[in-house]
Design a protein around this ligand. Structure first.
Ligand code: UDP
Length: 424
C-alpha cells in the first residue's frame, strides 16, 4: 500500500529483469544491480517500481520483493527472449505499457532511473508524461564496446546517438567508476552532469562463510589450489585467457590444481556457443581432469564458491564495473583482473589482488603463480580486499548515495501539480 506522501520512483530495466535467474544468457550485473538497488532504496522509504520486459507467458506480471519494491513485467513484442540488439523497435509498446499501468493504478513517478541505453530511451519518453527528473546508468557504453568487437550490429549508430543524447540531456548520469566517467568524456560528450556512485554487493552474505566450511560443502580437498571464474559465457569475458593462463602457469602440472568455471549457458544460444568453444579449448589442452563447469551458480550458493577459492580471476576484455570482482573480494578472496575499466577502480594491485593486461596469457599465468605460491601474502590480500568492499561497495552505502542524489533532484524540480497525461 502506498502512503499518500511516499515518493515513488520507477527503475527501468527493459532487457535486464531484476527478478530473473542471474548468470544465464544476457542476465548478469545489470539485473543484480537493479534488484539490489531497488530493494535497498525501498528500505530507505522509497516506493520502487522496477519495469522490465516480460519474455514468457508463465512469468508472473508482478513480483513483490519487499512491501515497497516490486518488479513489473510488461509485454513488448512477442513473449520470448530477444537479444538486446534487436529490441529497439519494441520500445514504444513498452512505454505505452508503463503509462497504461501507471494510469490504471493511479500512480505517478517523482523520478525515473533508467539502466542501459534501451531503458534510457524509454525514460526520455516517460519524462514527457511524468514531468520528473531522469537519472541514467549506462552499464555498458556502445563507444567502448564497438571498439573491441569485429561485427558491429545494425543498431550501433542508433545506440551511439541515444547514448550521446542521454549524456547531454538527462538530469544526472551515474557512472559506476571514475574510469567509466573518463570514457564518457573521451568518447561520448563533454556536456552533461555525471556523478560517480559505484555498484555494490551484499557484504552480509559474501564473506559470511569460512574457507574450510565452504570446501567441505563443495567437496573440495582443503589442500587443493582452486582457481575460480564466475560470470556469463561471452567472448568478451576472456575465459579463454584464463584457461590458457592456467595451462601456461608453473602451478599447472603439479597435480594439485583445480579450476571452476561457473556460469549458465543455453545450448544453441550465443552463450552456449561460447561455452562449447571454451570446453573445446580445455579438451585441446588436455585439461578436462582439472576444469569443471558447474553451470549457473545461484546467488545463494555463490558465497560458498568464492570462499572456497584461492583466487578469483576476472579476465574480461572490458568491464565498466565488474560485480564479480567485488563479490570475491567481499568473500576475502584475492582477485586477478584485467587492467581495464572499473576493475582498475575496485582492485588495488599488490594490495587487494593483481591486475594484468587483458588477453595477456603470460601475465595472467605469472599472477596466478604469484598468488598460489604465497598463501600468507594471498591471505593478506584477501583481508584487505574484504575491508575495501565493506567500506566502499556495500549496497546499503550505494543506495544511500543514490537516495541523496534522488532527493536533491526531486527537490529541485519545480513544484507544479503533476497530472498524468493520457496514455493513449
Ligand atoms: N552471476 C550469478 N551466477 C552465475 C554467474 C554470474 O549469479 O552463474 C552473477 C554474479 O554473481 C554477478 C553478475 O552475475 O553478480 C555478473 O555481473 P558482472 O558485473 O560481473 O558482469 P556482467 O554480467 O554485468 O557483464
Amino acid at each position: 500500500m502506498i502512503s499518500h506522501n511516499q515518493q515513488c520512483i520507477a527503475l527501468i530495466s527493459f532487457h535486464g529483469d531484476p527478478a530473473i535467474e542471474i548468470g544465464k544468457e544476457e542476465a548478469g550485473g545489470q539485473n543484480v544491480y537493479v534488484r539490489n538497488v531497488g530493494e535497498a532504496l525501498a528500505k530507505l522509504g522509497w516506493q520502487v517500481d522496477m519495469f522490465t520486459r516480460r519474455i514468457h507467458s508463465q512469468q508472473p506480471e508482478i513480483v513483490q520483493h519487499h512491501p515497497n519494491c516490486r518488479t513489473i513485467r510488461l509485454q513488448a513484442g512477442n513473449l520470448e527472449f530477444i537479444p538486446r540488439d534487436r529490441l529497439f523497435s519494441k520500445l514504444p509498446e513498452f512505454v505505452e505499457g508503463i503509462l497504461n499501468f501507471a494510469q490504471k493504478n493511479n500512480l505517478s513517478y517523482q523520478l525515473i532511473h533508467s539502466n542501459y541505453w534501451l531503458s534510457g530511451w524509454t525514460g526520455m519518453q516517460l519524462k514527457k508524461y511524468f514531468h520528473c527528473p531522469q537519472v541514467h546508468t549506462y552499464h555498458s557504453l556502445g563507444a567502448v564496446k564497438y571498439a573491441t568487437v569485429n561485427d558491429i550490429p545494425d543498431i550501433a549508430s542508433k545506440r551511439l546517438e541515444i547514448e550521446k543524447q542521454l549524456l547531454e540531456t538527462v538530469d544526472r548520469i551515474v557512472a559506476t567508476s571514475p574510469q567509466e566517467k573518463a570514457h564518457m568524456r573521451q568518447l561520448v560528450s563533454l556536456e552533461g552532469n555525471i556523478d560517480i556512485i559505484p555498484c555494490g554487493t551484499d557484504i552480509r552474505r559474501f564473506g559470511a562463510i569460512n574457507r574450510e566450511v565452504a570446501r567441505q560443502t563443495l567437496g573440495i580437498h582443503q589442500n587443493r589450489k582452486l582457481v575460480l571464474y564466475v560470470g556469463r559465457f561471452d567472448q568478451r569475458k576472456g575465459i579463454e585467457t584464463l584457461v590458457r593462463a592456467v595451462h601456461a602457469s608453473a602451478s599447472y602440472g603439479q597435480g594439485n590444481l583445480q579450476v571452476i568455471i561457473g556460469g549458465g549457458s543455453r545450448p544453441g544460444e550465443s552463450d552456449g556457443i561460447e561455452r562449447d568453444r571454451i570446453e573445446k579449448i580445455v579438451q585441446e589442452l588436455g585439461m578436462e581432469d582439472i576444469v569443471t563447469f558447474p553451470g549457473r551458480l545461484s546467488q545463494e550458493i555463490l558465497p560458498t564458491y568464492y570462499a572456497a577459492a584461492d583466487v578469483c580471476v576476472v579476465p574480461s576484455h572490458y568491464e565498466p564495473f565488474g560485480l564479480v570482482a567485488i563479490e570475491a573480494m567481499a568473500s576475502g578472496t584475492p582477485v586477478i583482473a584485467s587492467d581495464v575499466g572499473g576493475l582498475q577502480y575496485t582492485v588495488i594491485p599488490e594490495e587487494t589482488g593483481l591486475l594484468a593486461p587483458p588477453q595477456d596469457v603470460t601475465a595472467f599465468a605469472h599472477a596466478i603463480d604469484r598468488i598460489l605460491t604465497n598463501p600468507d601474502w594471498s591471505q593478506k590480500l584477501g583481508m584487505a580486499a574484504k575491508k575495501r568492499v565493506q567500506t566502499k561497495f556495500s549496497w546499503d552505502g550505494v543506495a544511500q548515495q543514490l537516495s541523496y542524489l534522488y532527493q536533491q533532484l526531486v527537490a529541485s524540480q519545480v513544484k507544479t501539480p503533476v497530472l498524468m497525461a493520457q496514455a493513449s
